[in-house]
Design a protein around this ligand. Structure first.
Ligand code: ATP
Ligand code: MG
Length: 734
């Protein structure tokens, strides 16, 4: 028997060995979906002899991809485990790197993170003379995100040189109201800047990749031929665009393996659609479905708690999960009188565990909303416990890091965002007049600011010492790029640019620590990419643009704190789920916006949170005033829904408070029942423009309240009747 099958249960073995055709695994949390997927990958490589560079394996986070690679290195015969184990974003970057030139974009296109996006929007606002009372960055960027999902902005605006087509695209929004029209104008200006600087934001990555595959048959064929096998983890959270991408790529070999757990679908609000997993058989036949039932992660106590909560969802297929793990302590519910008490309880419990031999890396603290992290962090600092917030400000977006990275980008793409960031850092006495005349010439010559400066440096208006030194610095260092390692280059530019001096003089230890961290993360990256071809500056810059702040360093001994969304797929020996108060978790906003569907998604989130724990699980909450809801906090229904014999109770929850909490929850459930369907009607009115994932864009032409049906005329010419109770799931308002 292959070594790779050792220790797996029968269903898992079957999964590993069923390598051909369409295969789906549906299974609950901790049943070894991800583990089995890794073994299957190794099996295909070791037993069938397929090269890893012909197997695509898509996971949800960089962290998960890294984890998979390191597990695979232990299982497969050779050490070079391909970078086709990646996230969707990572995959798209690879597709784009090879073929984006077909759209007139250079290979070293720039990936804009949210800091860069802000810099672009600042420029847009200046150009359109927008003051912040009319709209703001947050609103505009969420609109941009939205329009990029549905509008054919690449075909009709980005990739076309046809002026008339572009004008039509600009005018296609003339029905919008005044505020929306302003956002639309920002969108267009933003696209102009992106196009000019060859900048792609995260939403573009998938849209551009899809566009390349759809428009250029030779690109599609190349990828289809290359990918003998495709495997996708966490498919319950695939968006329709992600399904589209997978669907295209599997076209030739038709070996598609998907795994997921419908109970863990937590991204419906962002367009995920579990129907892709549920109706997989309809689209891919013949398909074999395998179910895994044995949970290997959590103690029976934890599993019982998780199951008792998720079973309250009406919209689900029940599962029979069981575990043979030994009993450990019961799940604890702690009720604090104040937030500080809650934070302190968590810190003190961790300390107690560490005295008994646990490491800090054994703990995770999860919460629904990142605002909770404030009092948790305070308590950890007070108790001198080191921790890391996953998904706080991205490490690579911190000022000092961004400064160095911008210098590195000057050595590669020399884009305008980076140029503006570093031209006067340190001060080179190049004032506003200097920069605006440079911009003018750059605009008229259609060149980047840096190129323009280099070409015109000898003209009197630009012939300044600071400018000349800047060019000398960049050009001299550029010559070193091919000769030296990445980490040496980063060090060189840090010192030569004068940045080092600035930060040393400022004496801000945190910043210096972060810079050291960056330097060692570059070394780590070098070690992980020992393949010579992989080590270009361009690739490094594009890769780290996708990293979150836990991805750049190896696990060391600190407590991890993160939102539940970020904890997906991970596991920790001891887990605290904090801030479990009505309104916070379940989030009142989600319930208000998406009613019962929203509540069920919140419950799935609770299921995800609880099932992260291996040995111990603590559920904590506290009294106090919730300013956002303008109400007192009550313990969450996700605690009361647990059978009380499964919980150990700590802290003092008075019987009055408990009574009021139960009453509050009951009222809110009744209200939800009374209003079932009503909210949906309110959101749709005649003339509302909507988007349907299959039929495309259309507008509502009638609403039949009696039959609860919307009649919609779609731009593709068809008219459909959509029932209102389904409408929220299948339609979005444009
Ligand atoms: P999630 O739904 O949370 O993503 P999952 O189904 O992907 O969970 P894994 O993370 O693959 O589950 O596995 C959960 C834990 O169980 C891991 O620690 C894994 O190593 C362990 N495990 C899975 N299968 C077995 C097995 N056959 N023998 C021993 N341990 C196993
Ligand atoms: Mg998993």
């Amino acid at each position: 028997m292959s070594n790779l099958l050792k220790g797996l249960n029968e269903q898992q073995k079957l999964t590993v060995q069923t390598t051909e055709g369409y295969v789906r695994v549906i299974a609950g949390a901790g049943t070894g979906k991800t583990k089995t997927l890794v073994h299957r990958f190794a099996y295909i490589v070791n037993e069938l002899g397929v090269s890893p560079s012909n197997i695509l394996c898509v996971t949800f986070t960089n962290k998960a991809a890294q984890e998979m690679k390191s597990r695979l290195r232990k299982l497969v015969d050779f050490s070079n485990v391909t970078d086709l184990i990646c996230t969707y974003h990572g995959l798209c970057v690879k597709i784009l790197r090879e073929d984006i030139y077909r759209l007139g974009y250079p290979t070293q296109f720039i990936i804009a993170d949210s800091e860069d996006q802000k810099a672009l929007l600042k420029e847009v606002f200046e150009k359109l003379n927008i003051k912040s009372d009319r709209t703001n960055y947050k609103k505009v960027s969420s609109k941009i995100k939205y329009w990029k999902q549905y509008k054919k902005y690449i075909v009709e605006y980005i990739s076309t040189f046809n002026k008339q087509k572009q004008t039509e695209f600009i005018n296609s929004a003339k029905n919008l109201n005044k505020e929306e029209l302003l956002n639309w104008q920002c969108f267009i200006e933003y696209l102009n800047l992106q196009k000019k600087g060859f900048i792609l934001d995260f939403d573009d990555l998938i849209q551009f990749a899809l566009y390349l595959l759809q428009q250029f048959p030779e690109v599609l064929q190349k990828w289809q031929n290359k990918l003998d096998y495709i495997m996708v983890d966490e498919t319950q959270d695939n968006s329709t665009t992600q399904w589209e991408l997978v669907d295209l790529l599997q076209g030739t070999h038709k070996n598609l393996f998907v795994v997921g757990d419908p109970d863990q679908c937590i991204y419906e609000w962002r367009g995920a659609s579990p129907t892709g997993l549920i109706s997989f058989e309809d689209n891919y036949s013949p398909c074999q479905t395998i179910i895994l039932n044995r949970n290997y992660r959590s103690s029976p106590n934890i599993l019982d708690v998780a199951n008792s909560v998720i079973s309250k969802n009406e919209n689900r297929v029940p599962k029979d999960l069981y575990t043979t793990k030994e009993m450990s302590n019961k799940v604890t519910h702690f009720h604090g009188k104040t937030e500080d008490e809650e934070g302190d309880y968590i810190a003190k419990t961790i300390l107690k565990h560490t005295e008994n031999g646990n490491k800090l890396s054994d703990f995770a603290i999860l919460y629904r909303s990142s605002s909770i992290s404030r009092y948790i962090e305070q308590a950890l600092v007070k108790n001198k416990l080191s921790y890391m917030v996953y998904g706080g400000i991205r490490f690579f977006e911190r000022k000092e890091i961004k400064d160095i990275l911008s210098y590195l980008r000057m050595l590669d793409s020399a884009d305008d965002i980076s140029f503006k960031r570093v031209i006067n850092l340190p001060s080179r006495k190049l004032g506003k007049v200097f920069l605006s005349s440079l911009q003018e010439i750059a605009d008229s010559e259609k060149r980047t600011l840096y190129e323009t400066l280099r070409n015109h440096i000898n003209e009197p208006q630009f012939n300044k010492t600071g400018a000349k030194n800047f060019i000398k610095l960049i050009e001299n260092t550029k010559k070193q790029v091919r000769l030296k390692s990445l980490s040496d280059i980063a060090n060189l530019i840090f010192v030569e640019s004068g940045l080092e001096k600035i930060y040393r003089n400022e004496g801000d230890q945190d910043r210096l620590d972060n810079i050291n961290e960056l330097m060692s993360s570059i070394k780590l990256y070098e070690n992980d990419n020992t393949n010579e071809d992989d080590l270009s500056l361009m690739k490094y810059l594009q890769d780290i643009a996708l990293y979150t702040n836990l991805d750049y360093k190896k696990d060391s001994d600190f407590i991890k704190i993160m939102t539940i969304h970020q904890s997906k797929g991970l596991e920790f020996p001891i887990v605290f789920v904090s801030g479990l108060s009505e309104g916070i978790f379940p989030s009142h906003r989600t319930i208000r916006e998406r009613r019962k569907n929203g509540l069920e998604e919140e419950r799935r989130l609770a299921y995800v949170a609880y099932t992260r724990a291996e040995k111990e699980l603590y559920l904590t909450e506290s009294e106090g005033y919730n300013f956002e809801m303008d109400n007192y906090k009550f313990p969450s229904r996700f605690i009361f829904e647990i059978k009380s014999k499964l919980l150990v109770k700590k802290g003092t929850l008075s019987s009055e408070l408990k009574k009021s909490a139960l009453k509050y929850i009951q009222n809110s459930s009744l209200e939800l029942k009374d209003n079932e369907g009503k909210e949906e009607i309110k959101q749709f009115s005649i003339g509302t423009l909507v988007f349907h994932k299959l039929f495309g864009e259309g507008s509502i032409i009638s609403i039949n309240d009696m039959q609860q049906v919307l009649e919609i005329k779609f731009d593709n010419g068809s008219t459909k009747h959509i029932s209102i109770d389904k409408a929220m799931n299948v339609l979005s308002i444009i």
